[in-house]
Every structure is written in structure tokens, then in C-alpha cells.
Design a protein around this ligand. Structure first.
Ligand SMILES: [Zn+2]
Ligand SMILES: [Zn+2]
Length: 403
């Protein structure tokens, strides 16, 4: 495993994203720098795998003296030039959780991997010669797992299979020619804006029409409610108005609480989580499968992991090939600029990873009674479906209270 020695003032660009200077010992003495070739090529792979905007090297090479000064034993991986403590940033310049970095580093066969900060932002990575060290230094310096996916409860993204493609619509799409949409054969489901805010009058002006048309053409649909709630009380009111608007209707997809408004972002994590939970709880108690919609950074900064794990998640994250969102989600909105026959202008495009129609009916939610499915008995329901049901538990988020 070639480790090269560089002079302290060497500015060689080692690879597209890393320069010798970034790995310099932080002791401020002018001594040589050791850097492993393998470490650099693996860091490049990580950069691509996580779709980073940058990777910051907090600590690269350490001379034995400096290694001891920062708590090491003077002969660790950093002193051999085979380790780096890094922070990865996503396309929005936000740090990527070291939980996700650890999983990705594991896929790339780094041999030493450990979260090293309480905030799960900084990760130690190395390409040690012998053995494996998979740690989480918030719990000490021992190996904690042989699989970070299991340890952190993260689903492998490669296990996410697209089972349906859909769009979401509101008044802004105007008068949609639903026959043409149906004919286009590109839309498996539709999420319809039901309304917004807390007053009775705030029903989306195209909701009734869009809903009726989906029913007429048998296009499975769900609904979403754009929130302006600033308090728990607002959220309760919004939930009640939403329930009134969707009353006596049937939905094959969840009812989503759309929380993303600029007026809410300054409320903070605790408040926003409370508002979201209040709405979701109320609507769920009324017999609906409930979810939360927002964009990636809003979800990550403003909603507790507990809430994001508890309800179905519909995540907006556009302009990238693969979302780096950490956590479960059932639907990914990947584009705001889709074009579909029958719709003028742009429409949002979504991939769905859960067979919601099947699950909703089975659970007897969203206006469906359990007996609705009983009347059409299938000898082997799994085999008769032409779409696969995700088996890793992802599909079941959001119906924990359903039997
Ligand atoms: Zn040094
Ligand atoms: Zn380290």
C-alpha cells in the first residue's frame, strides 16, 4: 500500500478534489507529510458516492508528537498517513450526517470508519493494513458493529425499488385534461392539493375537480395540505378543516402535511415537530394514513428523527440523481419541471417506493373499509400484483396505529 512522502510546502493536486496541503499536520512545524494513495482514491469515490459539494479534511497526517497532543498514542493511522477526519457537504452546503458517511464508506471498503462528534458530523476514515475498525466514538473507541446500516437503522438505498411514478397537482396546473393524462400512460398516481391554511375558504380551487377526475379515470390518488400553522392550535384547526375537505372521499395514497412555508422555518425544530405531530395525529385518528412533505434540508433541520420515522415521508429533493436524504421515505419528488400530456406547463414528478394502494386498503384507511378488499378475494394476492412490495419495513411507516 504505497504511502508517499511530501515536503511540507508541496502543493501537488493529488486528485480532482484533494491537495497535499489539506493533509498537512496541524502542529505548525515544518515537517514532511505522509499520504496514502489508496486513501485519496477512496476519498474521491466517497465524494462521488455521496454527491458532495466538498469534503473538508479536519485532520490528515499527524506527526507522532501531534498525535499524542490530540489524544492519540503516537502511532495511530494518522501518523502513518492512512487516515483522515472529514466533514462531507451536500449540494446545499449542509454537512452530511456521519451516519450516512459511515454507511457509504463501508460500501467503499474503508477499513477504519468512526463517527467522532456528538453531532454526527465528522467522520474518521482510514485504510489500515490489518483488521477492521467500525466505531462510534460517542460510545468509546471500540468497534461497535460490522454493519453500519444495521447499527444506525438505515435502509440501503439500493433496496429502494420504484413501484409507481406520479405527479402532484394544484390550482397552479389550471384545468387539466385528465383524459390525456390517463392516455399518456405515464402517471400511476396523483397527489392532489386539498387546500391550505386554517380557514374554511382555503380549499384548493381545483381540488374537487381533480379528485373527481382521478376517480372517474381510476387513477389512484392522495392529497396534501399546505400548512401556514405557527402554533399547535393552528395545526389542530388546519387538521379539522382538512378533514372536512376530504370527508367522504377515498384515497389510495396518504394525506400529507406539507410543511415548508418561509413563515415557519424560523420556529425551530421543537416547535415545527410539535406542529407537524399535532396535525398528523389528528388526521390519523380520523382514519387516515398520514405523511409529512417537505424538502430535504427542512426535514433534516426542523423535524426530529422520531417524527420522521413515525410518519410516511414524501421528500422533495430536486436536481440530483440520487437523494442523499438520511432516513426512510416512501415518495421522492425529484423534479419540478416535468412535462405530461394534458397539463400545461411544468408539473412535479415523483417516484414512489411503497405499494400504498395495497397497504391502505389492507389497513382499511383513507375511506376504505377492510371489507372493501374482502369482497374481492384473491387466492394469492402477492403473486397477482404486477408490482413488488418492499419487504424491508420501509413500506409500513405511517400505519403503526392501524391493526
Ligand atoms: Zn506535526
Ligand atoms: Zn481520525
Amino acid at each position: 500500500m504505497p504511502v508517499k512522502t511530501y515536503n511540507y510546502d508541496d502543493h501537488t493536486q493529488l486528485s480532482p478534489h484533494f491537495n497535499v496541503q489539506e493533509f498537512k499536520c496541524k502542529c505548525r512545524q515544518n515537517h514532511n507529510i505522509l499520504i496514502s494513495n489508496e486513501l485519496i482514491s477512496k476519498l474521491e469515490e466517497l465524494y462521488t458516492a455521496l454527491n458532495c459539494s466538498k469534503i473538508v479534511i479536519n485532520s490528515g497526517y499527524r506527526c507522532p508528537e501531534h498525535d499524542r497532543n490530540v489524544g492519540g498514542d503516537g502511532c495511530g493511522q494518522h501518523t502513518k498517513g492512512t487516515a483522515a477526519d472529514i466533514v462531507c457537504y451536500d449540494q446545499n452546503s449542509l454537512p452530511i450526517s456521519s451516519k450516512l458517511v459511515s454507511c457509504s464508506a463501508q460500501d467503499l471498503n474503508f477499513r477504519g470508519i468512526a463517527n467522532i462528534t456528538d453531532e454526527y458530523i465528522c467522520t474518521h476514515l482510514d485504510v489500515r493494513e490489518n483488521g477492521i475498525y467500525f466505531g462510534d466514538e460517542t460510545t468509546g473507541t471500540n468497534t461497535v458493529t460490522n454493519d453500519f446500516y444495521t447499527y444506525y437503522g438505515i435502509s440501503k438505498r439500493s433496496d429502494y425499488k420504484i413501484v409507481a411514478k406520479g405527479i402532484d397537482v394544484s390550482y397552479s396546473q389550471g384545468e387539466i385534461d385528465w383524459d390525456k393524462v390517463k392516455e399518456s400512460d405515464t402517471v400511476d398516481f396523483v397527489l392532489i392539493r386539498a387546500g391550505y391554511g386554517k380557514e374554511y375558504s382555503q380549499v384548493d380551487e381545483k381540488f374537487e375537480r381533480n379528485y373527481k377526475e382521478c376517480k372517474r379515470l381510476e387513477i389512484p390518488c392522495g392529497a396534501y395540505w399546505y400548512s401556514y400553522a405557527l402554533t399547535k392550535e393552528d395545526a389542530l384547526k388546519e387538521a379539522d378543516v382538512c378533514l372536512e375537505v376530504i370527508k367522504n372521499k377515498k384515497f389510495e395514497y396518504p394525506i400529507y402535511f406539507d410543511i415548508e412555508d418561509g413563515s415557519q422555518s424560523s420556529l425551530g425544530r421543537e416547535k415545527i415537530s410539535e406542529i407537524s405531530e399535532t396535525f398528523c395525529k389528528r388526521v390519523e385518528e380520523a382514519g387516515y394514513w398520514v405523511g409529512i412533505y417537505s424538502y430535504k434540508s427542512f426535514l433534516e433541520s426542523n423535524l426530529t428523527e422520531e417524527i420522521r420515522n413515525r410518519y410516511a415521508v414524501w421528500i422533495a429533493h430536486t436536481g440530483i440523481e440520487k437523494t442523499s436524504y438520511l432516513g426512510q421515505y416512501g415518495i421522492w419528488q425529484f423534479s419540478h419541471t416535468g412535462r405530461i400530456d394534458g397539463i400545461n406547463g411544468n408539473v412535479d414528478l415523483n417516484y414512489c417506493y411503497s405499494d400504498y394502494p395495497e397497504l391502505v386498503k389492507k389497513a382499511g384507511l383513507n375511506g376504505y373499509k377492510k371489507s372493501d378488499t374482502d369482497t374481492k378475494p384473491e387466492t394469492n394476492p402477492k403473486k397477482s400484483k404486477n408490482i413488488t412490495l418492499i419487504d424491508d419495513g420501509v413500506a409500513y411507516f405511517g400505519i403503526l396505529t392501524a391493526e
